[in-house]
Design a protein around this ligand. Structure first.
Ligand code: SF4
Length: 470
């Protein structure tokens, strides 16, 4: 069991309690938004999006941009992302032309004075694009929006090590990116072969060194546990190699095998997937190894070095849970461009069409491709704040919450407080006179705690639509 040591509240490492984890291991949302995407309806259409975007200018808050590049060269069998595996450059160019048009349409809605402080390229594989395509896309964004050129900007990109070399990393830096995340998943060749994603450790080491020399401020590694052929020892070897490179952050995800939903996963032999107990052992070992190496547990799947900006943001109250997991710059309105992208502007979430065909045909008709979303009412807003507080800060202080939201928390959430009792008895949380505090045992079960405040959740969805807690 990991120890709580002397780390002050809010920075404890997690306490791994296998019995508790198994008992609470049900399906549940990951709360990258609240309400979750399951609550999105066609009530938020293009007109509603436009009206809300124009209205948001009164706030003058800065902007965050998300750009979705859905293309990949090959299929990783575990993948559950919205992606298109293709080598057809005509298809890519057509998509980019429509993306440029969407960028122009979006930019028309927002005051030029609103700086884009945060930019994220996700996918698919953003580094699928070649140099000319990346340059043109950044030029388009730069001419349409007011991109921050200050050192404090956070421009990040997801890098597939198989698609970039050192020149590619330097190009990303030249284009303004200063943070990157790399999909590593596992360094074991046997595991890589089973998931059809082959990349060598030496390639990754070279890219990390180049990124550091090019001035990237944050490098994050994505790992996945629960992949075929993984064992505690094999994953330990992956951790040895990954920790030796000292990335600023780790995101360690649980592989959810849902072959009925994700066709590519049918290529994975279910018998090769580690048993649930082995997965738990791998997770336990990972948590201990990362803690021993000096990484702090931020929250759901995320670990960071003490000097990383996620830790600083947590300390300064600007940490947020959003569609990228955890992120800083809580005060921004988020504009998502590209197929399936999600925006969060003011109190409205919205999502673009999830099929490329529909996305492109709407844009060709001169329309924004917004298909669905949800306007957050006052009750949802309060619940979203509670979930953010618990997932980002591990505590909710009643008086602070009451003062901020003009509500009596204990009265408003009396029913939820009652339902938290069993979780308090299991020591996931402490229900104190002044606050709810997540205990070390509850840190791996944040979603179970957050679910108590989710008024939309229902058992049927709970069983089928979400991944397991661990
Ligand atoms: S994991 Fe990434 S690179 Fe692999 S298929 Fe999915 S989106 Fe593409």
């Amino acid at each position: 069991m990991s120890t709580e040591s002397n780390i002050p509240h809010g920075y404890e490492q997690v306490c791994f309690d296998a019995e508790l984890i198994q008992r609470y291991d049900g399906r549940g949302p990951r709360y990258t938004s609240y309400p979750t995407a399951l609550q999105f309806t066609e009530q938020v259409n293009e007109d509603a999006y436009r009206a809300n975007a124009l209205q948001s200018n009164a706030s003058g808050v800065p902007l965050s941009l998300y750009v979705h590049i859905p293309f990949c060269h090959t299929l990783c069998y575990y993948c559950g992302c919205n992606k298109i595996v293709t080598h057809n450059q005509e298809r890519v160019e057509k998509y980019l032309e429509n993306l440029y048009r969407e960028i122009d349409m979006q930019a028309e809605l927002y005051d030029k004075g609103r700086k884009v402080e945060q930019l994220h390229f996700g996918g698919g594989t953003p580094t699928y694009l070649d140099e000319a395509q990346l340059r043109k896309l950044m030029q388009k964004l730069g001419s349409a929006f007011n991109l921050d050129d200050h050192d404090s900007r956070q421009f990040s990109i997801e890098v597939d090590p198989r698609t970039v070399d050192s020149d590619g990393i330097r190009l990303l830096s030249e284009l303004g990116f200063n943070r990157l995340s790399m999909g590593i998943q596992d360094f074991d060749p046997k595991v890589q072969k089973a998931v059809n994603r082959i990349q060598t450790t030496s390639e990754v080491i070279a890219l990390v060194e180049t990124a550091r020399a090019a001035g990237f401020k944050s490098i994050s590694f994505d790992l996945i546990y629960g992949l075929p052929h993984q064992t505690v020892d094999s994953f330990d070897a992956t951790l040895d190699q990954a920790i030796a490179m000292r990335p600023d952050r780790f995101a360690v995800y649980n592989y959810a095998h849902l072959p009925q939903r994700f066709k590519g996963q049918r290529m994975i032999n279910a018998e090769d997937i580690p048993a649930p107990e082995t997965k738990l052992d791998i997770l336990h070992r990972t948590i201990d190894r990362l803690a021993a190496a000096g990484y702090l547990y931020i929250g759901m799947d995320h670990f960071a070095l003490p000097e990383d900006e996620l830790v600083t943001a947590r300390r300064g109250g600007t940490l947020q849970r959003n569609f990228q997991g955890y992120s800083t710059h809580r005060n921004c309105d988020l504009i998502g461009v590209g197929v399936s992208s999600i925006s969060s502007v003011g109190n409205v979430f919205s999502q673009n069409s999830v099929t490329t065909m529909e996305y492109e045909s709407l844009i060709e008709d001169g329309k924004l491709p917004v298909k669905k979303g949800v306007a957050i009412d006052d009750d949802d807003l309060l619940r979203a704040e509670v979930i953010q507080a618990l997932m980002c800060y591990d505590e909710l202080v009643f008086d602070d919450f009451d003062a901020q939201h003009n509500v009596d928390f204990r009265e408003y959430f009396a029913d939820e407080i009652k339902r938290l009792q069993p979780l308090a008895e299991d020591e996931l949380i402490a229900l104190e006179a002044d606050a709810i505090r997540i205990k070390a045992k509850g840190r791996l079960l944040l979603r179970n705690i957050a679910m108590v405040f989710d008024r939309h959740i229902n058992a049927a969805e709970n069983d089928n639509r979400f991944s397991r807690a661990i």
